[in-house]
Design a protein around this ligand. Structure first.
Ligand SMILES: Cc1ncc(COP(=O)(O)O)c(C=O)c1O
Length: 395
């Protein structure tokens, strides 16, 4: 694993000495990803699916290979069911707007990010009934509460994140899939904080759709996301335009996957970089996750050793994705994030993390929290440096 750049921040080099904002986006990217993006830009510059000359065909081939690598990593039997989207946000929009109609009813957990909450708010205006199930103070959605709501009235979909970007809580998706399917509902998942950090086997999980980011735990570049759509789910496409396959003379989109959902030129560098990341994670994901668990353990324990901190989410030692957020009795979360940056060159994120529902659920909507996200390239020394700096800031 590579370490982030060290040394003091300068005007010309904005890289922090310690980067603990992996829940927002992973950085630095593994060298394999950087090399793959560079190769895509220098050697594979043709437009995939839009030409029969060698460089366009090579770009198509590289995208095909990347899709296959990602499908292998995420347990998707047919790689055509894995769609490239610009981000997890776009993938969530397609998943929700492509499957829900006015008059439908959905049951959703209260820890969702705005990537789900905002499309649902728009759908509610259009006549979708949105029932929110309150998670517990650690951010966990109780399957019993979901079942009670799903049993109460015909429900088109149960919607839940894989893991929280605020508390790191891992949601009981297996149980939710069983409940949803028992009552004839879909299970739609926002996996932005799950893929890469957790073993994801989508065929076994039973989700009908699973959206995720490419640039977080999956270690790919920004500007690329994924949507898995189970073969039985007929989503309505949300964009029309040119596609790599299908007859150009018709004014309707091709019906086959993935082309139906991938209008316009694809983000070839992003996809190829993400494909390289998938290969790396397939080979080294186990060691990566063990390292993350160790870093989380130390971070959690270290924060609790500093007077005045309350750590959100599961108790120490309980499973969580590598996100640890905390609130201090007297020092504001934004102040801590600001001081870490300015005085110590340490990057973390304060505030509401685009997740007001989640903050409301755990009681931090008014004050926000300071969030530490660990991942690829973070070392125990980085965590110790951050803990020492935090202790100085709050005392
Ligand atoms: C839980 C969750 N869902 C969705 C998103 C949106 O991801 P993207 O930035 O790739 O659109 C995020 C990003 O922070 C997230 O944490």
């Amino acid at each position: 694993m590579r370490s982030p750049a060290s040394g003091l921040q300068t005007a010309s080099d904005p890289r922090p000495a310690v980067y603990l904002d992996h829940a927002a986006t992973s950085w630095p990217k593994p060298s394999q990803v950087v090399d793959a993006v560079s190769r895509s830009l220098t050697e594979l510059g043709g437009n995939p699916g839009r030409g029969a000359y060698a460089m366009a065909l090579a770009a198509s081939r590289a995208i095909f290979d990347a899709r296959r690598s990602l499908a292998g990593l995420l347990g998707v039997p047919d790689s055509c069911d894995l769609l490239f989207q610009p981000s997890c946000t776009y993938a969530c929009n397609l998943m929700l707007k492509g499957s829900l109609r006015p008059g439908d009813r959905v049951v959703v957990g209260s820890m969702e990010h705005n990537a789900v909450a905002r499309p649902l708010a728009r759908l509610a205006e259009a006549g979708v009934e949105v029932v929110v199930v309150q998670a517990d103070p650690a951010g966990l959605v109780d399957p019993g509460d979901v079942e009670r709501e799903v049993r109460a009235a015909p429900t088109k979909a149960v919607i839940c994140q894989h893991a929280s970007n605020l508390t790191g809580t891992i949601q009981p998706l297996g149980d939710l899939a069983d409940i949803a399917h028992e009552y004839g509902s879909l299970l739609l998942v926002d996996g932005a904080q799950g893929a890469g950090h957790l073993d994801v086997d989508l065929a076994a999980l039973g989700a009908d759709a699973y959206a995720t980011s490419g640039h977080k735990g999956l270690l790919g570049p920004q500007g690329i996301g994924l949507l898995y759509v189970a073969s039985g789910l007929d989503l309505e496409e949300q964009a029309e335009g040119g596609t790599g396959a299908g007859a150009s003379e018709t004014l309707t989109m091709p019906t086959e996957r993935p082309d139906r959902y991938e209008a316009g030129t694809l983000n070839t560098p992003g996809i190829i970089g993400l494909g390289a990341a998938a290969q790396l994670l397939a080979a080294e994901g186990g060691a990566f996750r063990r390292m993350e668990a160790e870093l989380v353990r130390r971070l959690h324990e270290g924060l609790l050793e500093i007077d005045g901190f309350r750590v959100l989410g599961p108790p120490p030692g309980a499973p969580r994705v590598p996100v640890v957020s905390a609130v201090h009795d007297t020092v504001d979360a934004d102040r801590i994030a600001f001081e870490l940056d300015r005085r110590y060159d340490i990057a973390v994120r304060g505030g509401l993390h685009c997740a007001p529902w989640a903050h409301e659920t755990v009681g931090t909507l008014e004050c926000g929290a300071v969030r530490f996200g660990v991942g690829w390239g973070v070392t125990v020394e980085h965590v110790e440096t951050a803990l020492a700096a935090i202790a100085e800031i709050v005392t």
